[in-house]
Ligand binder design. Structure first.
Ligand SMILES: C[C@](O)(CO)[C@H](O)COP(=O)(O)OP(=O)(O)OC[C@H]1O[C@@H](n2ccc(N)nc2=O)[C@H](O)[C@@H]1O
Ligand SMILES: Nc1ncnc2c1ncn2[C@@H]1O[C@H](COP(=O)(O)OP(=O)(O)OP(=O)(O)O)[C@@H](O)[C@H]1O
Length: 286
């Protein structure tokens, strides 16, 4: 963060779903989940600069995504409407997270916008209020607003903070996009995993965790299955969210780097450490 009253440089970290169970389907078609969210020390970055004229300007444009649909612009306009604030912002986005990768990049960008503009515009809104605004933008936004690794239920908005192990991860993008709605709409998806308690989920720890979306994503997207097989033969590996990204859990940075160096050239990947406190909150001191 640059410590100035008119400009902030802030991280928008990735998340992983360390486990994900689908326990039911609501009347509106959305699915009831149980999941463990954790942050990574890798993500996008936003530079927010105060504008006195109320305009919200985002650079650079994201190909194929009109600004009015961009969660950053939507979050900024929502905060203006909610607070009555007449100020604006120039927002510069350094995009590092793949879109639709299951790493929550768009949701994290939205949360960084809400917390960053709250600070820049000196609004002083509570995390409860900002999380409520975030939920209207997407189910994954509240966890990024609250900034604590969490056990989540509902569609992901009922959050209980947790302390998880913080291994090193190799995060792999298999080079294809997975459509979230296609996975949730698939006939073969299991939607009846019996709900468990948070204590039970935590008790088993990482070796006991799985993602209910994985069999469906494997069969719909053979490239994901192939990448998962390759990664899983080297280290315990899983899918995050509905994919397409996969993550392998390693005991040290050295072993993570070694695995990254061995990765076939057809995949893109990065290494990162698991974090129980979001780097956004560390930067803002919240
Ligand atoms: C599965 C997770 O990655 C877990 O972190 C997220 O909940 C997905 O969040 P997201 O990518 O922001 O997804 P959204 O854009 O909200 O939803 C895309 C589509 O997935 C389906 N969807 C999503 C979340 C959910 N709990 N149930 C669903 O059925 C809906 O058809 C929805 O139209
Ligand atoms: N700032 C943004 N960055 C990325 N995507 C955005 C942004 N604003 C809106 N979107 C839209 O949101 C969609 C999902 O993007 P995101 O990167 O959050 O996916 P994801 O990593 O799969 O998230 P999740 O884990 O929540 O499923 C994109 O395909 C895009 O259309």
């Amino acid at each position: 963060m640059t410590d100035s009253t008119s400009e902030l440089l802030l991280p928008a970290p990735a998340k992983l779903n360390r486990m994900l169970h689908i326990t039911g389907r609501r009347a509106d078609g959305y699915h009831e989940l149980q999941t463990l969210f954790q942050f990574l020390d890798h993500g996008d970055e936003l530079r927010l600069r105060l504008r006195p004229d109320g305009e919200i300007r985002l650079t650079p444009p994201i190909a194929g995504l009109p600004d009015s649909n961009n969660l950053i612009v939507r979050a900024a306009r929502l905060l203006q409407a909610e607070s009555g604030c007449q100020l604006g912002a120039d927002i510069h986005l350094t995009k590092r997270l793949p879109m639709g990768g299951g790493l929550g990049g768009g949701s994290s960008d939205a949360a960084t916008t809400l917390l960053g503009l709250d600070r820049l515009w000196r609004l002083g809104l509570s995390l409860d209020r900002l999380a409520g605004l975030g939920l209207s933008l997407g189910a994954d936004v509240p966890v990024f607003v609250r900034g604590r690794a969490a056990w989540a239920e509902g569609v992901g908005e009922k959050l209980t903070p947790v302390e998880l192990d913080t291994p090193w991860f190799v995060v792999v993008h298999p080079g294809i996009e997975v459509a979230t709605h296609a996975v949730f709409g698939a006939a073969q998806l299991t939607r009846n995993t019996p709900p468990i308690t948070m204590a039970r989920a935590l008790q088993g720890g990482a070796p006991s965790w799985h993602n209910d979306c994985e069999p469906t994503v494997r069969s719909l997207y053979p490239q994901v299955a192939e990448a998962l097989d390759w990664l899983g033969s080297r280290a315990p590996a899983m899918l995050t969210g509905t994919g397409a990204c996969l993550f392998a859990r390693l005991g040290s940075e050295v072993t993570a780097r070694r695995l990254l160096a061995d990765l076939p050239g057809r995949y893109t990947a990065f290494i990162a450490r698991g974090l129980n406190l979001s780097p956004l909150h560390a930067a803002l001191g919240r």
